[in-house]
Design a protein around this ligand. Sequence first.
Ligand code: FE2
Length: 375
Amino acid sequence: MQELERDRTIEEAKDILTVEDFDAVEFWVGNAYQSAYYYQHALGFRPVAWSSLKTGNRKFASYVMQQGNAKIILSSPYSGSSEMSAHQAMHGDGAKTIGLRVKDVEQAWNNALERGAKPVTPITELKDEYGTLRFAEIETYGDVTHKFIERDSYDGIYMPGYKPYKGVLDTPEKGVVRIDHIVGNVNWNQMDKTVQFYHEVFGFGKFIEFSEDDIATQYSALKSKVVRSYNNRVKMPINEPAAGLRMSQIEEYINYYHGAGVQHVALSTNDIVKTVTEMRDRGVEFIGVPKTYYDNIKERVGEIKEDIDILAELGILIDRDEKGYLLQLFTKPIQDRPTFFFEVIQRRGSNGFGKGNFQALFESIEREQAERGNL
Ligand code: FE2
């Protein structure tokens, strides 16, 4: 199996942009106030800071939601003639900016531009009573951007311009500790180009997750390659549609998002049974898993620490590779458009993304897609 991993690694990573980890992911949504309620009471994120008319922001309202080290920003515009409102009109709710914490924003910015990245916001220094924060922003796939954030000299919750904020009700967290990986969906024949961008501009390592030979159900298919930072903290699979008898789930996403975008953010937990149980209790809908999935699970994944009956009851998926196993489950899309969803993941040694679960996942997603009349 070690052999297999080596075969699938196309290029090792180099540390060119000093990327250390994910920072906050910013979503542009139609009604940030109400989204914040869902993120808090259903998913377990706490509102910790905001920027709004009441803090002097006359352009948009923005809430910083935090759970463990995972940070999500939810923002909505006050005006109908802003970039944010145009984005909302075209894409609906979606992830706009994937924050990347860097050691040195100058190095990140200069190297990225030199290597062909398209600029959005040049290096900007912001100060408040908590210190100094520097960031810069570049384009990536679709309308998505990356914000390089250097926050070593900053102690505030997110960045200057945001003030501490607390919701009216306290809700316990659901066990999420950090963002594990973020997956992008790109259009036909754009996967290799996108992966090459991360390799050339970021120095990220790249490897094949699966080709159409690995997973192809009767009706739909995808291809996927993964890019990752030198320290393995930032992992970003990139999917593109592949030919099938009917519409690929990636194509459905692109048709409804009107372009490439973030398909899912995986939230890691140290206790997936607790996390999924509590999210379900709060009304989070997860994809259905075929009952037959658990029939021969012991032969497929071997010994695991968790009680399989409990996993089956919650519909949690299990996959094993040469380094260990992982437990994961995917929510249904969390807005009306069949676009963005979350994954909950617990790693027990495995560094993979649940390749072995894709057959089961596919069959399940396709049942939903068929119900929407889009298969
Ligand atoms: Fe994932």
